[in-house]
Write a protein of this length. Structure first.
Length: 524
């Protein structure tokens, strides 16, 4: 067996200049691993970019939950901060035309969680994710054709532009490779004490230290923001919000400094996975022309949750929620008005995991209203699909939301979203206008329980008008949130970043290496 790192992009005739060679670096991707929307997006985006004719390879860790995935394709030794990590390379198909390389290093990745466990975040996360980045760059540097673009996602891959700027001799062949960073959630910044720079082999360069410096420590995300050729985030509205102090999380100045190099591109819906016409988790398909299957989905969902399925229960509006149970998702508002919410004639069906206090909230509400509140604490793909298909309304009262996928899935499934108008929720949900009849959902501005309640009451009133409700459902189901449009936007960003990288190379002087960052790949 040989380490097949020379042909990273072998799917196409990639010497064709019109075709880009894209190396995606990400910490999770469906179907291998998932904690949230990042996994859906990294996967669907890669496939959509490949569909446009570009060669895409995705590199990610091989966690315990991806055990058994892929075919052994070689090994490499990755040196980070004076230590050597023996990494197995496993190859798998991620979807149409996209090759994934999973990095197998049990001492780093074979654990209960992706980023942490019940005790908190793993303390060696700086090492775990610098090994991800270094392994990817080593592979890229050893490839026959260098990538045109390295596309890094979130703080876990934020070191890619940093190492590329670190003047490592063996990365000299990647000088013309552009780097693009996508921020999926600015709240997660990968901030560690400054000492960690020693452990990841980056302590020698004061300019890199400066780029990463953040408060009393250093941030992997900030390094990526400052040093990449282009930065994107996952909705136009969030791109506007994060350059302000309120949602900038202390990185607003760095983001502002990128000017037009920061753009917002809306996520899409992966039609192969989230489509009521072909969803294997639904009892029967449905579409805009035949919504009958939605009632069957409602019945199946109520049954799955052990809730009544008599005529009264089937006629009662059901509000669905599928969410990480964290403060971002607006659960404080539910706490604030829980009694008033349950005084309304509705039922809740909830799926989520996260903070103990929010898990307890839903468990208690379910114990108090066993006929009207179904709560499942856990991660469950089937239930997520049943809720999208079977609920009448979908609630996302987020405090902030970079994009949000579930409101788009809801639109696709004729499940009317009620959202707080922030970030991607504001970009995708157009509030119903009683005068013109336009809109596809309900939205409130103030982050308050009263505003949420008022929006919900407005929705419940309209729910009684079956024709108006049907029109609202169909407006949502007809909205085009497919990936093809967004993938084209990413390609535009890639091309601009490639131009910038070329200019940078033609204007750059001699590069100097930093010895501690040396690494080595060996075929086996
Ligand atoms: P975020 O990434 O902030 O959690 P998104 O709306 O972008 O929010 O994406 C969440 C994704 O994770 C969706 O695909 C959603 O269905 C899924 N998800 C979240 N919680 C669960 C859960 N408990 N069980 C199954 N899927 C879940
Ligand atoms: C993050 C954000 C979410 C976004 C997802 C995928 O988890 O919280 O809003 O949809 O990333 O980009």
């Amino acid at each position: 067996m040989r380490a097949d790192n020379r042909s990273l992009f072998r799917a196409l005739d990639v010497t064709d200049h019109a075709r880009l060679r894209v190396l995606m670096l990400v910490s999770e991707a469906v179907p291998f691993s998932k904690t949230g929307g990042l996994a859906d997006v990294s996967s669907a985006l890669s496939v959509s970019i490949a569909k446009l004719g570009h060669a895409v390879t995705v590199i990610l860790p091989r966690y315990r939950e991806s055990d058994g995935v892929g075919k052994a394709a070689g090994r490499c030794v990755v040196r980070v901060g004076g230590l050597a990590y023996d990494v197995g390379l496993f190859e798998a198909s991620l979807g149409d035309g996209v090759r994934a390389v999973l990095l197998d290093c049990p001492s780093l990745y074979d654990r209960d969680g992706l980023y942490g466990d019940s005790q908190g975040e793993y303390s060696d996360n700086p090492i775990r994710f610098s090994v991800l980045v270094r392994a990817a760059l080593d592979l890229a540097a050893g490839a026959e054709l260098a990538p045109s673009v390295i596309h890094a996602h979130d703080w876990q891959a934020g070191l890619a532009p940093v190492y590329l700027s670190a003047r490592v001799p063996k990365y000299r062949c990647l000088q013309a490779t552009a780097s693009v960073l996508t921020i999926h959630n600015l709240a997660y910044q990968g901030t560690f004490s400054e000492n960690c720079l020693d452990t990841i082999g980056l302590s020698g360069d004061p300019s890199l230290r400066g780029a990463m410096k953040h408060g009393a420590g250093v941030s992997f995300l900030k390094g990526g923001i400052v040093l990449s050729d282009a930065v994107t985030t996952v909705s136009p509205r969030y791109a506007e919000e994060i350059v302000g102090v309120e949602l900038g999380r202390g990185l607003d100045a760095s983001l502002r400094s990128r000017g037009t190099r920061l753009t917002g591109i809306l996520n899409g819906v992966d039609d192969a996975v989230w489509n009521p016409e072909s969803d294997p988790f639904l009892p029967m398909p449905f579409s805009t022309v035949n919504l009958g299957g939605k009632l069957a989905a409602k019945r199946a969902m109520l049954q799955r949750y052990g809730l009544p399925t008599d005529d009264v229960a089937l006629a009662r509006p059901v509000v669905g929620m599928v969410s990480r149970l964290v403060p971002q998702k607006g659960l404080d508002l539910i706490v604030e008005v829980a009694d008033e919410l349950l005084a309304l004639d509705l039922a809740f069906v909830v799926l989520g995991t996260g903070r103990a206090e929010y898990q307890d909230l839903w468990r208690e509400l379910s114990a108090r209203h066993p006929d009207r509140v179904g709560a499942y604490i856990g991660f469950d793909e089937e239930r997520a699909h049943l809720i999208e298909g079977g609920a009448d309304l979908f609630l996302m009262p987020s405090r902030y939301e970079p994009c949000g996928l579930n409101q788009m899935y809801s639109l696709r499934y004729g499940t009317v979203p009620i959202v707080r108008a922030t970030g991607g929720l504001a970009d995708t949900v157009e509030p119903y206008n009683g005068t013109t009849g336009k809109g596809n959902g309900f939205a409130f501005r103030d982050y308050s329980g009263a505003a949420l309640l008022a929006s919900l009451q407005e929705a419940l009133t309209l729910f009684k008008d079956r024709d108006a409700w049907r029109r609202l459902q169909i407006a949502g189901m007809s909205q085009d949130n497919s990936w093809s449009v967004s993938a084209r936007e990413y390609v535009k960003v890639y091309r601009k970043a490639c131009n910038d990288a070329e200019k940078r190379v033609s204007g750059s002087g001699e590069q100097q290496g930093i010895g501690s960052a040396a690494a080595d790949i060996r075929p086996v």
